[in-house]
Design a protein around this ligand. Structure first.
Ligand code: LIP
Length: 255
């Protein structure tokens, strides 16, 4: 990873913002359902196409993996992009959505940018260089006791479809100080900033978490799947300030 890669990732996210923000809350926004029944809009496709064009010009040897147009194949360096994370929010006019851009090198994410223009914030991190929000250094919280913990979670319906249903989540929420369903990329950025102490995702893909995970870990936190493995393709995720990670896994983790 070079400084140029971080600069490029920030430029790509800013370019996507121009496309997505222009169509946010447009009355004639074209929305479709994908085979998995999730939404895709013209803005998701236009933003990802733009990022792919820019990457083909700037980094022709690198692979690209994106939510809407797939993976261009194995390579030592791979850009992992989600043109709009939180498409369901975008479609309904909720301002919690973001473009996620990550660079993975030799299987490890080295750069992550999370740009949420409707919230007016951009978070980024580069491996070994810390995490930032709008240029300000951010750090995870120092909370060590579950009883003081602020818990974020996503999509109760997906929790209900997991083995054990929502019982584990409710047990955990009952042990924490407070719980709120912030969801999507935002809850993990709140963990990175120290506003939340733990955030849980019952169902995710690699593009939902690649950029997010490096921001959380560079802020001092921990990011794993619900089996406790530091992998991004496990299908679910937990981010935390690190102190509470094991205690949370013992209650809602996959064994
Ligand atoms: C969504 C994620 C969400 C997850 C959904 C979906 P999208 O991303 O933000 O956290 O629960 O399954 O993947 O599809 O809006 O990019």
């Amino acid at each position: 990873m070079s400084d140029d890669d971080l600069t490029l990732a920030l430029e790509l996210a800013a370019a996507a913002d121009e496309v997505t923000l222009r169509r946010f809350r447009a009355h004639d926004l074209a929305v479709e359902r994908k085979p998995d029944l999730t939404h895709v809009t013209e803005a998701d496709r236009a933003a990802e196409a733009l990022l792919r064009d820019r990457l083909a010009a700037a980094r022709p040897a690198d692979a690209v993996c994106g939510e809407e147009f797939g993976d261009t194949g194995p390579a030592r360096r791979r850009w992992i992009i989600d043109p709009i994370d939180g498409t369901a929010n975008y479609v309904r006019g909720v301002p919690v959505w973001a473009t996620l851009v990550a660079l993975e090198e030799d299987g490890e994410v080295s750069v992550g940018v999370v740009s949420a223009p409707a919230l007016g914030h951009t978070w980024w991190a580069a491996r070994g260089r810390g995490a930032f929000c709008d240029g300000r250094r951010i750090r995870t919280s120092a909370v060590t006791d579950l009883a003081d913990a602020h818990l974020g979670y996503a999509e109760l319906g997906a929790w209900g479809r997991r083995p054990g249903g929502v019982d584990g989540l409710l047990r955990l929420a009952g042990r924490c100080w407070r719980s709120r369903g912030f969801g999507d990329f935002w809850q993990h950025m709140l963990v990175a900033e120290g506003a939340l102490d733990v955030a849980l995702e019952p169902m995710i893909a690699v593009w939902d978490v690649a950029a997010v995970a490096v921001v959380v870990t560079e802020a001092g936190g921990r990011f794993t799947d619900l089996a406790g493995e530091a992998r991004l393709d496990g299908g679910d995720a937990i981010s935390s300030n690190g102190h509470l990670h094991q205690a949370v896994l013992e209650i809602v983790g996959r064994r």
